[in-house]
Design a protein around this ligand. Structure first.
Ligand SMILES: *Cc1c(COP(=O)(O)O)cnc(C)c1O
Length: 368
């Protein structure tokens, strides 16, 4: 927390707007939209809920296909299934580790040939870095497909000088406890499409018809963000740029202290954007480093330091067995060789040095 959260929560309590509606909620949406440079934002209970609402507003039918990045968290694809549609997974490019525009083009050409186009694209900005949105939008536009950007991890990152989540039909952000700013749990749906946002807010509040009693003509959800949590979000938004700077500094320190080691690489920063460095990730070449990402993880764990593997690709998840996949082995290779190092914005120099010493002690000891 940044310090202002309790003050803003106290204001909520004083006004008694302890509900999923209130001035803080409205202000959080306005300030968030202003930060991005978009006209509309709707605050909801989670990033997953935000993506679900966007997909629901596409009025999908059972069996429709939606293209989705494979190198991501399950929440990017789960709402596709909530809507009775089928995800089709696309591999990453090496430049950004995000959806490969060339694979998108190939898949859409193949779908067009079969006469069965997907209904939408969910492109993910993984680990805090934008996908190549211009390339993806150009290809999707040729087939008139709406593009949804899952920017849950990437708030504060930019693409060609613009904030992520501003180059698409709809974008979603997450304020889960592990993200760059948090409301403990929460999310935002953003768009330039006023109709989408109005409909999404209605669906998020049980889809009440505009009459002075309870009448419902469609099935809705209870997805709105609490006004108490919006107050937390307002305080967090004030320090977002500081959080990005802190995460980028952590990344810089790891690069300086580990970058020269044999067989240790870093997640690339694509030339088209500026990452928020939500997670700092190393890639370990076993032949040159004499160790593996799993050995490093275990050595860190022995020092009571938690590190984790990167996302296991969704096309490898048991729950998505049977879903179509197009790609080579980029996401598979990343899963096998990468490790997320401690990346929090509150890490001290001493914390970082402890991590660095464990990695340095392992790497290059037994080069092949
Ligand atoms: C965290 C995350 C989500 C889901 O956000 P929640 O707020 O936890 O529902 C979706 N996509 C990605 C890529 C995420 O990292």
């Amino acid at each position: 927390m940044s310090g202002r959260e309790q003050q803003y929560i106290a204001e909520v309590f004083a006004s008694n707007w302890v509900a999923p509606v209130g001035p803080q909620l409205t202000r959080f949406e306005e300030q968030f939209a202003r930060y991005l440079g978009l006209p509309y934002a709707a605050a909801v209970a989670s990033g997953t809920a935000a993506l679900h609402l966007a997909l629901r507003c596409l009025d999908l039918s059972a069996g429709d296909e939606v293209l989705c990045s494979t190198f991501t968290f399950c929440a990017s694809a789960n709402p596709i299934v909530y809507e009775g549609a089928r995800p089709v997974f696309l591999d990453s490019e090496r430049t950004s580790w995000n959806m490969d525009p060339q694979l998108l083009e190939e898949e859409l050409a193949a779908c067009a040939k079969r006469g069965q186009l997907p209904k939408a694209v969910v492109v993910v900005d993984i680990l805090g870095q934008s996908a190549d949105m211009d390339a993806i939008n150009q290809i999707a536009a040729r087939y008139e497909l709406p593009v949804m950007e899952d920017a849950a991890e990437a708030l504060g990152a930019t693409y060609r000088g613009r904030q992520v989540g501003t180059d698409c039909w709809a974008s979603i952000f997450s304020f889960n406890g592990n993200k760059i700013i948090t409301t403990s749990g929460g999310g935002m749906l953003c768009s330039t499409d006023e109709t989408l946002i109005r409909r999404a807010v209605s669906l998020a509040t049980q889809a009440r018809d505009p009459v002075p009693y309870y009448q419902h003509s469609t099935i809705g959800y209870n997805y709105r963000l609490s006004n108490v949590l919006a107050a937390v979000g307002l305080a967090q938004l004030e320090v977002l740029d500081q959080r990005v700077a802190a995460r980028r500094r952590v990344n810089q320190v790891y690069r300086q202290r580990l970058g020269g080691l044999p067989g240790i690489g870093f997640a690339p920063e694509a030339p088209f954007g500026r990452a928020n460095c939500w997670l700092s990730v190393i890639q370990v070449d076993p032949a040159r480093s004499g160790t593996t990402s799993e050995q490093i993880r275990l050595a860190l764990e022995a020092e009571n330091i938690e590190a984790r593997a990167v996302w296991k690709p969704l096309h490898r998840q048991p729950v998505f067995a049977g879903c179509r996949y197009r790609g080579g082995g980029v996401a598979d290779e990343l899963f096998q060789t990468c490790l997320c190092l401690p990346s929090g914005s509150a890490l001290t120099d001493d914390d970082l040095e402890r991590v660095i010493q464990v990695v340095r002690a392992l790497v290059g000891r037994n080069p092949a």
